[in-house]
Unconditional design. Sequence first.
Length: 139
Amino acid sequence: MCEIMKVLPAVPLRGMVILPRMIVHFDISKPHSVHAVEEAMQKDEEIFLITLKNPNADMPEREDDVGVIAKIKQLIKMPNKIVRVLVEGMERAELQDIVEQENYYRMQVLRFDSEAEGEIMPQALEAMLLSMKETIRSY
């Protein structure tokens, strides 16, 4: 499986799981989440959404390891400093590290390349061939 590292603004979600190819909206009001969404809109509109397993936590922990890279489709500012975000899940990604925390969370993620799913890595292919040759010799 081909994997690529990315550093993206991130929004931790409580009680909501977003999967690839899902289009969903949610409301955010915490300042670090609002800043992350605004930063993503200024760049390439990609954001990392990670579901918190512990609903009382403010920041992802080590067990919160897999999330989704999403494309922001629409941003609506509502009364009382609430922002409604419409996103489309693009692909799964694994949390590697939290890079910095100024006004928002930036996370280093390991992107899973969906085109390479099901392909055999060259090292694994070579190992299988050696194993087959050894089996044939012993036969």
